[in-house]
Design a protein around this ligand. Structure first.
Ligand code: ARG
Ligand code: ZN
Length: 881
């Protein structure tokens, strides 16, 4: 474990590498405990670098076993080697030279899952961000690019498959039952995109012919026997390849594209050039074991990693501060892909729910940081929802400012100008400025200022002059290290709705820039006046969530209901329903502990039930509309002194009121939406299942028996309905025979399917209330629990901490103590996993004092531990600051 050094890396300190790497040639002799790595690296000194400047290579837990310059051993006096650094002195002043480095590494005992490791007998690598330096000494930074030649030698029987990046060069038998394979990747790349996989896996094959007629071999490798479950991933891959040609004019550039699914993986997936490595959770699916959410995630992540081939690989990042350059942009691209493949409005609603739940929470707490941070201690801690999801929203705003064609022009210029480069955010934005002529200097504050802007809105209508005035004020809250902020350029899509629900086109606007349906808020406060407005309009603002902001707008329930009924933007209709519901849920959370009856606003109930019953609306939309704000959404809205039990009880009471009032409609839909015919994972069918599941949830709140859910469990022919029925049984009727029988039946049926068993763990980890803790403790002792497998740890411990507000936040602090114990146990083996789990406590300061104190004690125990990884030390210290 790399323990904390306390060292801070700064964007302002960037300088280019002293040596240019021309070629990388690696030979691996694979052995589970002692793999030999020979790296032959051709360098030359960058022009202007003094002759006495040494070559410094990065390492991490390495031991040097051989070092040559131009095929001759180097004298011991000319270099210094430590586990994390190799310095070589007296190198040629000009002209290329070759350094050969030999190291031996131990893949079997690599529990960090960074560098080269072994999972279920398969060798695989994860190098982003700084894992390559665990394989060999190397200039392990994203702005050092070179073509790679890879030779892999391994036992033939146990490793029939030898894979790396690029195109296959050839292979054959070697000595002592071993064989070899050689790969060449002609596209210069940084080390973080290197990959190697070796082992014995099954394969699904297909081909794709690019727009210019090149045939690409497509291969997805999975454990033997799981091949049929890779069919959907293959389909998603082909659709992604076609979409990137169509939408962005980007073609694939090698003759083979490979994906490998592994079961022990720290993250979702990795875009290594031509050889993506995936967490098998995002590859494997069939109706019996995958939910509709799983299918949607597979489609999105397959697309995401594929799209990185252009945004990330062909154009990479100059340094890790620029991470959003590839991640934010690529998330935007995968969001657009999914929107085109599915229902755009429903996709947008799901994105915004996720953004608010995760990114807004991060931005409001101690871990808040800009989309492009300016300092870091451990880069692994910056693969965050701010870099990814807010980064995507910033890209979306550029598209909103420039329009679809303008955005495409800027992207074309970016691909043209920077292909082969390690680029920066400035380079990216300059392409949009140069192609459109628009000044984006104020807009760029979105990259450097953290915190979710709060826009306060007030409106006035004057019937005599027929003018409508809209006054806006923006405040960007203080975040760690940033107290004073500049006003930002906030693009707000809007419309003025008339009494009959149609749009009122205003005659003229003054007070600021309005382009089409986009209002540009640029000042700290600004008033827009619309003239020629014949009657008081209803303002629908921030349509499509054009800017990732909080709005403070006292819009009347009647106006919100009007938008919910009439806006032509479905997203805005959902947003209005959600704005109607949130204050009701907040009030309920306050009424319950005071013993006051929970009352639910009539306008809300009728708008919801009207939406529910409206068969012209797609079921997936209705499912979203009826899914009330989550408990953590309500907590965020309350903003401080939060009592998770009161929030939960209040929300339950609201659900019950809606369930009682809408009972007949829920029953009708539950019956009508019963599956007919064979399962298909398409969005429309998934929407019907989603709405049926929502109906079951409400019905379970209206009735007090487990029988309907038990019947749903017994009849379900797909995982979406099966897992939901089990959730309703275990969460609503925990100790009934029906629930216990279903739980046992599920475990037996999926005994040999780890991904389905993960769901079994998660469903139990989210049982509301105090008892969850004992359940989680018991499940940790279950023989099926596996503390070495990140997916299983996240399914049980992660789900408990992130997704069970009442259970995790027990007032006695035992939930926090359990998490702290787990973090301290996991950290020495897998720091990245430990650090990620710890972020579940990022909102601790918003809790009521008793819980906050208990949380602080648990965090204090973590900081006080004798040895912490850089990952955990960085997170815990920021959380306590
Ligand atoms: N680049 C990968 C992606 O597609 C994720 C890599 C995550 N790496 C890390 N150290 N957390 O998003
Ligand atoms: Zn990515």
């Amino acid at each position: 474990m790399r323990t904390d050094t306390g060292q801070v890396i700064r964007l302002a300190d960037y300088r280019p590498a002293d040596f240019v790497l021309e070629r990388t040639d690696l030979t691996f002799e694979l052995d589970p405990r002692s793999t030999k790595v020979e790296a032959r690296l051709i360098f030359h000194r960058r022009a202007g670098v003094a002759a006495d400047v040494p070559l410094v290579l990065d390492g991490d837990e390495l031991t040097l076993s051989g070092l040559m310059l131009d095929q001759t051993d180097i004298d011991a006096g000319r270099y210094t080697a430590t586990p994390d650094r190799l310095e070589i002195r007296d190198l040629p002043e000009d002209g290329p030279f070759e350094i050969t480095v030999t190291t031996y590494i131990d893949p079997e005992s690599n529990t960090q899952l960074m560098g080269l490791y072994r999972t279920n007998g398969v060798y695989c690598t994860q190098c982003e961000a700084e894992g390559f330096r665990r394989i060999t000494y190397f200039p392990d930074r994203p702005d050092v690019l070179s073509p790679f030649t890879i030779t892999i030698i391994a036992d033939k029987e146990t490793n029939p498959l030898l894979l790396s990046n690029g195109n296959f060069l050839g292979g054959g038998n070697y000595d002592e039952g071993r064989h070899f394979a050689a790969w060449f990747d002609p596209h210069p790349k940084p080390s973080y995109l290197f990959a190697l996989v070796a082992g014995d896996l099954g394969v699904v094959e297909d081909t794709f012919t690019t727009a210019s007629g090149n045939e690409v071999a497509l291969k997805i490798y999975v454990e033997h026997g799981k091949e049929p479950r890779a069919a959907y991933a293959m389909d998603a891959l082909k659709r992604s390849m076609a979409w990137d040609e169509e939408r962005f004019g980007r073609e694939y550039d090698l003759n083979i594209f490979q994906i490998v699914a592994v079961s022990d993986f720290n993250m979702g997936a990795m875009e290594n050039k031509g050889l993506n490595v995936f967490n098998d959770k995002y590859v494997l699916a069939d109706p019996e074991t995958a939910t509709d959410a799983d299918y949607a995630n597979i489609e999105a992540i397959i697309a995401h990693e594929y799209f990185h081939n252009w945004t990330g690989n062909r154009i990479t990042c100059r340094d890790w501060f620029q991470l959003c350059l590839k991640e934010g942009l690529t998330v935007y691209r995968d969001h657009e892909f999914s929107a085109d493949q599915r229902s755009r409005a429903v996709k947008r609603i799901a994105e915004v729910r996720h953004l608010k739940a995760e990114q807004f929470a991060e931005d409001a707490g101690p871990l808040a940081h800009p989309v492009r941070p300016e300092t870091y201690r451990e880069i692994n801690n910056f693969y965050t929802t701010t870099v990814y999801e807010k980064g995507s929203e910033v890209t979306r705003m550029i598209a909103t400012l420039l329009g679809e064609d303008g955005f495409r022009k800027g992207m074309d210029l970016y691909f043209d100008r920077h292909d082969g480069d390690a680029a920066t955010v400035e380079d990216f934005v300059a392409c949009f400025e140069d192609s459109s002529g628009r000044d984006l200097s104020q807009f760029k504050l979105w990259y450097s200022q953290a915190g979710t802007p709060l826009v306060t809105v007030s409106t006035a209508y004057d019937a005599v002059s027929q003018t409508f005035t809209l006054s806006l004020e923006q405040i960007i809250p203080a975040t760690p290290g940033q107290s004073a902020k500049q006003p930002m350029h906030i693009p707000l899509k809007f419309t003025l709705l008339g009494e009959n629900g149609g749009d009122i086109p205003p005659a003229a606007v003054s007070g600021g820039e309005v382009t089409g349906d986009v209002l540009h808020l640029t000042g700290r406060s600004q008033s827009f006046t619309f003239s020629g407005v014949p009657a008081r309009p209803v303002l629908s603002l921030n349509r499509g969530f054009s800017a990732p902001i909080n709005l403070s707008f006292d819009q009347s329930p009647a106006d919100l209901a009007h938008i919910a009924r009439h806006d032509s933007d479905l997203f805005a209709r959902w947003q209005a329903l959600s704005d109607l519901g949130l204050p009701v849920l907040v009030k309920a959370a306050k009424d319950v502990p005071e013993g006051r009856p929970v009352t639910v606003d009539g306008a809300l109930v009728s708008a919801l039930i009207e939406t529910l019953a409206d068969d012209r609306l797609e079921p997936a939309f209705r499912a979203q509309a009826l899914s009330l704000a989550s408990e953590s959404d309500i907590a965020r809205e309350i903003g401080g002194n939060n009592d998770p039990d009161a929030i939960h009880a209040g929300r339950d009471a609201v659900l019950k009121t809606i369930a009682d009032k809408g009972f007949a409609t829920f029953e009708r839909l539950y019956r009508e939406l019963a599956p007919k015919g064979e399962f298909t994972p398409d969005a429309a069918s998934a929407g019907r299942r989603a709405l049926r599941n929502v109906a079951l949830t409400y019905l379970s709140h209206a009735g007090d028996s487990a029988s309907l859910a038990a019947e749903a469990f017994a009849k379900a022919d797909n995982m979406t309905e099966l897992a939901h029925a089990l959730t309703v049984l275990i969460h609503r009727f925990p100790d009934t025979d029906a629930a216990l029988n279903a739980l046992a039946a599920f475990a037996t049926r999926f005994d040999s399917n780890p991904l389905a068993l993960d769901k079994w763990f998660s469903i139990q980890a989210t049982v509301p209330g105090e008892t969850a803790l004992e359940r989680v403790e018991a499940l940790m002792k279950d023989p099926r629990f596996n503390a070495q497998n990140p997916n299983r740890v996240r399914a049980l411990i992660g789900t408990f901490a992130f997704a069970n507000p009442t259970g995790f936040n027990r007032p006695d602090g035992k939930g926090y103590a359990l998490l702290a114990d787990q973090i301290l146990a996991i950290d020495p083996k897998n720091p990245q996993l430990a650090a990620r789990l710890l972020t579940a406590m990022r909102s601790w300061r918003a809790l009521e004092p008793v819980r906050a104190e208990a949380a602080k004690t648990a965090l204090g125990r973590i900081t006080g531990a004798r040895q912490l990884s850089a990952d955990v030390a960085d997170i815990v210290e920021r959380m306590l600051k």
